[in-house]
Design a protein around this ligand. Structure first.
Ligand code: NDP
Length: 412
């Protein structure tokens, strides 16, 4: 019985649930659990309203609480837990998986709530315990991280003897027609973008001021877009797994309007993640006030557009890929592998925009690889640790077809 339990009912989880239901030959049972059960029920309703027949169970859980997670996992006994809540919950979910004998998959690496900092060391530290328990943990199986690593692994397997230069290029050329909105959880997104930049060169990590380095990069079917060098988690595992890499960087596009708003948000102190005291009226209508602690960025999240509701008016497309150069058969080689995804296509299929779609589909495909026994080995693994071929073949079938080009101008 291939029973999967998904945590979270946000944008990415919605897409993953649709794709799981579309592949019931692989996934026999689905349970969706999140902080609010009503969100899970709404998701099930949306799936049924699209005409899919599936018996999906829903549950409430606070994924910050290992004991609650253990109770949930012991009740439903899933073989695989797909964690599509927030990066803050990665370690509690991994702990509960170990306690209950469940395998694990997520799409973003752990990050503590009180520090805007992410790195794999916290999750890699679980490697031995997963090995000893005979359980598989697949880390970062969205698009980037995720497909970006499968693309690199595919390049290494088929097109290079040595990879020397790697640039992951992520363009969202869509327009949601809002003054300012983020494409996935606003809190996580703004924490990521306002961090210092980081890239790898000649064996060391080089830090830059946030978004300090940028240049035009030309994206297929889109054209040139200003692209900013950022730190991104998959660089950490890729330079470790491909030691021939001399330089690895990650680029993401931002429009001028987005950056102007971001600048204001920061200057106003709304991106702060520390608690401030605030005197607020009680919600009971009594008119009484109480001193409460609020985190400005969490308050901002509450008033920004919900990324799940951007899809309807979102036009344009995303283009994410890897531009790689190195050596094949003693000759210099360049290679570009990428996917373009139209926001409206994603919306028509799942009700979500392209960024949720490009993350939720690979999460489902990674889970499918696990259930087919192709990506199953005890331990804690990044996507490039597995065979990229069946994963990328399946991605083509599941709504994210990719393209590649050998010998072109990489621009970078
Ligand atoms: P959302 O905020 O839309 O969804 C998160 C969901 O998790 C919500 O349903 C939320 O509940 C639930 N949740 C939050 N905290 C808890 C908790 N303590 N216990 C139980 N449930 C909880 O985020 P997205 O769907 O946009 O993103 C999901 C994940 O995907 C994030 O980790 C994000 O970083 C990652 N991501 C990865 C990408 C990649 O390419 N690899 C790209 C984009 C995102 P509620 O609805 O009540 O708030």
């Amino acid at each position: 019985m291939n029973r999967v339990l998904m945590i979270g009912a946000g944008g990415v989880a919605t897409v993953a649930a649709f794709k799981i239901v579309q592949n019931q030959d692989v996934f026999n049972e689905l349970i969706i659990a999140s902080r609010r059960k009503e969100k899970c029920d709404e998701l099930v309703k949306a799936i049924h309203n699209k005409g899919y027949k599936a018996n999906i169970k829903t549950a409430q859980v606070d994924a910050d609480d290992v004991e609650q997670l253990k109770e949930l996992f012991n009740k439903y006994r899933p073989e695989l837990v797909i964690n599509l809540a927030l990066p803050y919950q990665d370690l509690t979910v991994m702990e509960a998986c170990l306690a209950c004998g469940c395998n694990y998959l997520d799409t973003a690496n752990y990050e503590p709530k009180d520090e805007a900092h992410f790195e794999y060391s916290w999750q890699w530290a679980y490697k031995e315990r997963f090995e000893q328990a005979g359980l598989t943990a697949i880390l970062g199986c969205g698009f980037d991280p995720g497909v970006s690593q499968a693309f690199t692994a595919y390049a290494a397997k088929h097109h290079f003897d040595e990879i020397h230069y790697l640039d992951i290029v992520d363009c969202n050329a869509g327009n949601h027609h809002k003054a300012f909105a983020t494409n996935f959880n606003p809190e996580i997104n703004i924490r990521e973008i306002t961090q210092k930049g980081l890239y790898y060169e000649d064996g060391r990590w080089i830090e830059t001021e946030p978004l300090a380095i940028h240049r035009d990069i030309t994206y297929p079917n889109i054209g040139p877009r200003d692209s900013y060098l950022m730190h991104h988690e998959e660089l950490e595992s890729l330079v470790k797994n491909y030691p021939s890499i001399k330089r690895a960087r990650f680029w993401m596009t931002f429009g001028q309007q987005y950056l102007t708003y971001l600048d204001c948000i920061q200057n106003l102190g709304m991106s702060r993640i520390d608690e401030i005291d605030y005197e607020a009226k009680l919600a009971d209508g009594s008119g009484k006030t109480a001193k409460v602690k609020i985190v400005p960025l969490q308050f901002l999240k509450a008033i920004l557009p919900n990324p799940q509701e951007l899809g309807e008016n979102y036009d344009g497309e995303t283009s994410i890929g890897c531009r790689i150069s190195g050596i094949k058969n003693e000759r210099e080689q360049t290679y570009y592998i990428y996917n373009n995804c139209k926001h409206q296509d994603a919306y028509n299929e799942t009700g979500m925009q392209g960024v949720s779609y490009t993350t939720g589909v690979p999460a489902m495909v990674g889970a499918m690889m696990f259930f087919k026994g192709l990506w199953r080995k005890p331990g804690v693994w990044n996507v490039e640790d597995f065979d990229p071929d069946p994963f990328l073949e399946e991605l083509n079938q599941q709504g994210l077809p990719w393209h590649d080009e050998i010998g072109g101008d990489l621009e970078l």
